[in-house]
Ligand binder design. Structure first.
Ligand code: NAP
Length: 320
């Protein structure tokens, strides 16, 4: 494997990092995957059966010098930063950790690339949370109004990436990701919680679960196809930021109703709305604009929400 063909992925143990590694391996690229831990959690990589096919190294984005050493050592031709404290909910109770992982992480990686005069492509995972409520489909020119510490951190990261591209001519860009799911998504996220609850309710008809506000709308996509969009954006000759979305927004209530009815259950028998679980400042309506990415790079999401739900149920039913 020539070192020139290495792709470097920060956050390789996460949902997107693992799917990115798998996708890059399929196109015969060598993958160096980075975890903060010296004993990384390989569950996602193992479930994709690729742990032995990539080189996993330990490096914390909090440490500028170790990033410089890493890039010097492997000379990757492209970099993906998919590492973050990625939970909006948790960011309210752990704002400092969230800011450190996202703002310091972005700053240090950009600085390492500036110092090394790195000429490869660098992709940063941004988030639709920067837009807050979207009255019209959001794109990179939309008004920014984050509602959470996580959203604020991603907003600053987005600005930093633009700044380094403009001022230092780095080939860096942000993919502003709307929610995207896969069986690899951590169990703490609401979509997985709902799938798990519905499967438990199928076995135990008296099963109940408390959840927060279901009167919110999200633009949900399929993670496996979002990592292909990230690659297109990163390798485009024009280093531009883009939103990655489906252009369809669905309420959480509708998501729940679809999941339960696919399992012949009535969701109202099992879901208890609990005001104590409402977030301090939740986004009510989130929707992305599909046009810019389609116009520039001919990418659009193909997997529908119904297919996503079917895939999630199928995967989870093997373990519940
Ligand atoms: P994920 O599954 O949570 O993975 C993120 C990885 O980041 C973790 O595996 C962890 O790897 C690392 N990490 C670094 N600092 C961390 C911290 N303080 N706490 C926890 N983990 C930390 O996230 P993902 O769903 O793959 O998302 C990838 C990127 O896209 C993230 O930047 C996320 O914010 C962004 N994003 C995701 C979505 C979505 O719907 N999935 C939507 C918008 C944006 P190690 O422990 O091995 O270092």
């Amino acid at each position: 494997m020539s070192s020139l063909n290495y792709s470097l992925i920060f956050g390789v143990t996460g949902q997107d990092g693992s799917l990115m590694a798998s996708s890059l391996l399929k196109s015969s690229k060598g993958v160096i995957g980075v975890s903060r831990s010296t004993v990384p959690n390989l569950n996602n990589l193992n479930s994709l059966k690729i742990s032995d096919d990539i080189k996993i190294v330990s490096c914390d984005l909090a440490n500028l010098e170790s990033i410089i050493n890493l890039i010097n050592r492997f000379k990757p031709h492209e970099i993906y930063n998919l590492s973050a404290q990625s939970s909006v909910g948790l960011s309210f109770s752990k704002p400092v950790e969230t800011y450190k992982s996202i703002i310091n992480g972005t700053t240090n990686l950009l600085e390492a690339c500036r110092i090394l005069q790195y000429e490869g492509n660098i992709f940063f995972a941004g988030s639709s949370e920067i837009f807050g409520d979207t009255s019209i489909p959001a794109n990179v020119n939309s008004k920014i109004k984050a509602h959470s510490p996580y959203g604020i951190a991603k907003q600053i990261s987005f600005e930093l990436v633009k700044f380094y591209r403009t001022i230092y001519s780095l080939n860096c860009k942000t993919g502003i990701l709307f929610n995207h799911e896969s069986p690899l998504r951590s169990d703490n996220f609401i979509t997985q919680k709902i799938i798990r609850s519905a499967l438990k309710a199928r076995k135990n008809r008296t099963y109940k679960i408390n959840i927060g506000n279901i009167d919110i709308f999200r633009d949900w996509g399929w993670a496996e196809e979002y990592v292909s969009a990230m690659q297109l954006i990163n390798n485009s000759p024009k280093p531009n930021d883009h939103v990655i979305c489906t252009g369809v927004s669905t309420s959480l209530e509708n998501f729940i109703s679809k999941v339960f009815s696919k399992l012949d259950l009535i969701w109202q028998d099992h879901i208890v709305i609990d005001k104590k679980l409402f977030r301090p400042n939740d986004i009510k309506y989130s929707l992305g604009d599909i046009d810019p990415l389609y116009k520039e790079l001919k990418w659009k999401a193909k997997v529908t929400l119904d297919q996503i739900i079917d895939n999630l149920i199928e995967a989870k039913s093997k373990i519940i």
